[in-house]
Write a protein that binds this ligand. Structure first.
Ligand code: PXP
Length: 244
């Protein structure tokens, strides 16, 4: 089973556009789980322009599924995750002013830093996941840090998918097979949507989790939040071999 973790950052972006508390981020997290999300993802950025650090503390007691916090492991971020103790922390290399994550880690260059962070997370009972491109060398160096999982950065897949889906998925299947062979668990995320998700899930059925935000929250404007979550769940289940 590939779990669907719903990234609720965009709900916070909408709330912050007006001040006040509409839409309510905590309510969105609770409802997403009620509607079938198997995890909640948040990505607090240093400027708190969408999810605020305080949201993360507020949401934690209401998580009945899996809580995934993404972010660059600054001192402040590490303090937050060690306080909140989510199930998983996904380490991303974003500079503070990035609009969104736009590359995986250079795990060779930052191996020492990442190794220390990974050890700290593991010592505190938090599963580390490192965001990487579908690049075998980067995956190998990620494994050297002792991380349990990696998250494949799927934007290149999503971009090429409408033109040539087989060509788009090929490097991801290769990367996933290699990661599996060297003992890493696998997540995937970025720009996944109702069009490209099922194909990826069928080619890489041993993915553990996908985290999806932008397209899912956008779809729910038209299709409704509950219906949209169910539609995404179906993409992960329809004709996907049952591999653990
Ligand atoms: N994974 C990571 C590491 C991310 O930074 C993001 C965006 O916050 C996502 C997944 C989700 O991407 P999208 O919003 O395009 O679904």
């Amino acid at each position: 089973m590939i779990r669907l973790s719903v990234n609720i950052n965009k709900i916070a972006t909408l709330r912050n556009a007006r001040g006040g508390n509409i839409p309510n981020v905590l309510e969105a997290a609770i409802n997403a789980q009620k509607y079938g999300a198997q995890g909640i993802t948040v990505h607090p950025r240093p400027d708190e322009r969408h999810i605020r650090y305080s949201d993360v503390y507020d949401i934690k007691p209401h998580i009945t599924t899996e809580f995934n916090i993404e972010g660059y492991p600054s001192d402040r971020f590490m303090q937050l995750v060690l306080d909140v103790k989510p199930h998983q922390v996904t380490l991303v290399p974003d500079p503070p002013d990035a609009i969104t994550s736009n590359a995986g880690w250079d795990t060779k260059k930052h191996k020492k830093f990442l190794t220390e962070i990974v050890q700290t997370l593991k010592a505190n009972g938090i599963r580390p996941s490192i965001f990487v491109d579908a690049d075998l060398e980067m995956i190998k160096h990620a494994a050297d840090t002792g991380t349990i999982r990696i998250e494949l950065y799927t934007e290149p897949y999503a971009k090429l998918f409408p033109i040539d889906k087989w060509k788009a998925v090929e490097p991801f299947v290769k990367a996933a097979e290699y990661a599996k062979k060297i003992g890493l668990e696998l997540n995937a995320g970025h720009d996944l949507n109702l069009q490209n998700l099922n194909f990826l899930a069928r080619q890489i059925p041993y993915l553990k989790e996908v985290s999806i935000g932008h397209a899912l929250i956008s779809d729910s404007i038209y299709l409704g939040f509950e219906n949209t979550i169910q539609l995404y769940r179906r993409q992960l289940e329809w004709n996907v071999p049952n591999v653990d």
